[in-house]
Design a protein around this ligand. Structure first.
Ligand code: ADE
Length: 224
């Protein structure tokens, strides 16, 4: 799988992809993540990518020219399954969406800044608009990193234990049961006895019950 991410702040995206699971996935060749600096596609001397909004109003708007240059160059090199714009007014990212998109080949992601991007970029190039939640961030880079992470960890061979992505909260209908590690007793705070029992069937039962309880309490909407 391949992601091409277009941004005016490539440095913001370096660290999230340079560690842990995302780094390992790239080293193993399961995913290629390529970051493109939008300024490289600006044709004016100042390398600017934004301009004043038509009709007035505050804030600057990212213009169509640099995005079009970059998107067209990438599309000339390969076909894309989706061109995604990260935006708070998009569809909300969900586990179902991550599962679906993990089956795709090439995904392009556009990150916006300032007041937003020229509507024509969205109309002409974007196939899907995705939000990571009902709050506004300063740009699309952090949302893009969240989005890519949610997909890459699902790719075959990325997690050491293939089943561990399947037992994530949201992967079934329920949240995860609580988990513990050593010591069994920390200053009088004990791990539930059942987990020390060695009785696998009883432990699984307990985990199912706990998952259900936690879901009822925290996210009853998931049970409908
Ligand atoms: N850009 C700014 N805020 C965002 C959000 N919540 N989701 C996706 N992209 C964004």
């Amino acid at each position: 799988m391949r992601f091409d991410i277009i941004t005016i702040l490539p440095a913001l995206l370096e660290s999230p992809f340079a560690h842990s699971i995302l780094q390992r996935a790239q080293k193993k060749g399961r995913v290629e993540i390529v970051i493109h600096n939008l300024r490289d596609y600006s044709t004016n001397k100042q390398k600017s990518v934004d301009d004043y909004p038509y009709g007035g109003g505050s804030g600057m708007v990212m213009g169509i020219e640099p995005f079009a240059n970059c998107i067209n160059k990438l599309k000339f090199e390969r076909e894309y399954d989706e061109v995604i714009f990260m935006t708070p007014d998009g569809e909300t990212l969900s586990q179902t969406m991550a599962n679906e998109l993990s089956g795709k080949g090439n995904i392009m992601i556009l990150c916006g800044h300032y007041k937003g991007i020229d509507q024509r970029i969205r109309d002409l190039f974007v196939t899907r608009e995705i939000s990571i939640g009902d709050y506004v961030l300063s740009g699309g880079e952090l949302p893009a990193a969240v989005f890519v992470d949610s997909i890459v960890r699902l790719l075959p061979g990325v997690l050491n234990n293939e089943t561990s992505a399947l037992s994530d909260s949201f992967q079934g209908e329920l949240l995860d049961a609580p988990i513990y590690t050593r010591p069994a007793d920390w200053q009088g705070h004990k791990v539930p006895d059942i987990l020390l029992s060695g009785n696998e069937a009883a432990i699984n039962n307990w985990r199912d019950e706990q998952a259900l309880e936690r879901t009822k309490l925290r996210r009853p909407d998931l049970l409908n």
